[in-house]
Write a protein that binds this ligand. Structure first.
Ligand code: SAH
Length: 366
């Protein structure tokens, strides 16, 4: 069988793996064994899967493969943040970032090569878009990072949390993101609790409802503005799914589990969305939504016209929210010396949209 016809087992969540073994006349429990080998032990060689019979191992080599992409670059920032550039089969490359903190280790995972949303303050948007990632290409980011980081002296995994906050809009790649997240939650996979897997969206409302039904992980929403006029400029998707409907979808998302809250991300752009009036407006619109707010100091990238709000302005904004009873934190900027901070992930995108060309031309004229 040629490589092209072999099934890449990294694409299969538990159910799909069951179906695969059933279709080949094998016992379904092989699915849990193989998932454990691949995702718990990081094994990509069938020969090493010693609880499978010799015959089955030989057969698997014939019909299946576990294709882990090449690490094209591996960088560590001064603060310990680490970024991998993974080379995909078609020449595109994506970025994955590990952020160590005192009480946890978070992996920031990409869901698409580039992004279609074109948010004005985001570097990924400026790279244009090529395609969505497969299940394998999403989950392998966790596999590669786990392999590289190993375990702590107590034998616990270094990566305790995953955020889908890398390149791309995860809800526009729903069909591949959900099986990848199921592997993250699977006890035979990575065994993470739903609280420790967070999907971040710019607000694709119909898919938020599907997520709630099919795989209710923690939800973050990139809000960035307290009114539609401003949000239309920053997050063009707002023209399709405006704030009022977005917040209703957030309320629905939380309705099922009483303790859950949506994290609203708000990038602090100097002189754009950071005034005291904006803060009061934000308090008003979030009044009836179970929420937390993360203020993200803007991270600059080449060709951007925005600047980061000064610290006193961010503090003043935060104090208004806290005084109104909103749980608010200012996110620390991490890994910016290796371009690994929020909004700085660019990878290597073979752009299909010609967006980068148009933007370069525009800046050239200015
Ligand atoms: N498309 C999804 C997932 C990307 S998450 C989403 O929009 O939520 C990336 C997070 O970083 C988002 O909250 C995004 O708005 C924020 N971000 C993007 N560019 C940034 C920048 N230059 N500085 C700081 N944060 C940025």
């Amino acid at each position: 069988m040629s490589a092209a016809e072999k099934t890449n087992l990294l694409n299969l969540d538990r159910q799909a793996m069951h179906d695969f073994f059933a279709a080949h006349g094998e016992k379904p429990f092989r699915a849990t064994q193989v998932i454990q080998w691949i995702h718990q032990y990081g094994v990509d060689d069938f020969e090493a899967m010693t609880n499978l019979s010799k015959e089955l191992r030989a057969r698997l080599k014939d019909i299946a493969e576990i294709r882990v992409p090449e690490i094209a670059q591996d960088q560590v920032a001064a603060d310990g943040t680490r970024k991998w550039l993974l080379r995909l089969d078609d020449g595109n490359a994506i970025e994955t970032v590990f952020i160590p903190e005192e009480d946890r280790g978070t992996l920031c995972v990409s869901s698409q090569v580039g992004c279609t949303l074109n948010c004005s303050f985001c570097s990924t948007g400026h790279q244009g878009f090529n395609r969505s990632l497969s299940v394998a290409e999403i989950i392998v980011q966790l596999l590669v990072a786990n392999r590289a980081l190993g375990r702590d002296p107590k034998g616990e995994r270094i990566i305790t949390n995953v955020v889908l906050m890398g390149m791309g809009e995860p809800l526009l790649n729903f069909d591949n993101v959900v099986p990848a997240m199921r592997l993250m939650l699977d006890d035979y996979g990575y065994g993470l609790s739903r609280r420790r897997v967070t999907l971040s969206t710019a607000g694709v409302i119909p898919m938020m409802d599907r997520l709630r039904e099919e795989c209710p992980v923690s939800l973050a929403v990139s809000l960035h503005a307290p009114n539609d006029a401003l949000r239309d400029q920053l997050v063009p998707l707002n023209k399709k799914y405006p704030i009022r409907e977005l917040l209703e979808a957030c309320r629905r998302y939380c309705a099922d589990s009483p303790r859950s809250r949506v994290t609203f991300e708000y990038v602090m752009l100097d002189g754009v969305n950071d005034s005291v009036e904006h803060a009061h407006e934000l308090v008003r619109i979030l009044r009836d939504v179970p929420s937390k707010v993360n203020l993200i100091p803007f991270n600059p990238f080449p060709q951007t016209l925005y600047q980061r709000s000064p610290k006193p302005v961010i503090d003043r904004f935060r104090d208004v929210l806290i005084a109104a009873g909103l749980t608010t934190i200012t996110r620390k900027t991490r890994g910016d010396d290796i371009d690994a901070a929020c909004g700085q992930l660019a990878g290597q995108v073979k752009d299909r949209t010609r967006r980068r060309q148009r933007l370069t031309a525009r800046v050239g004229q200015a």
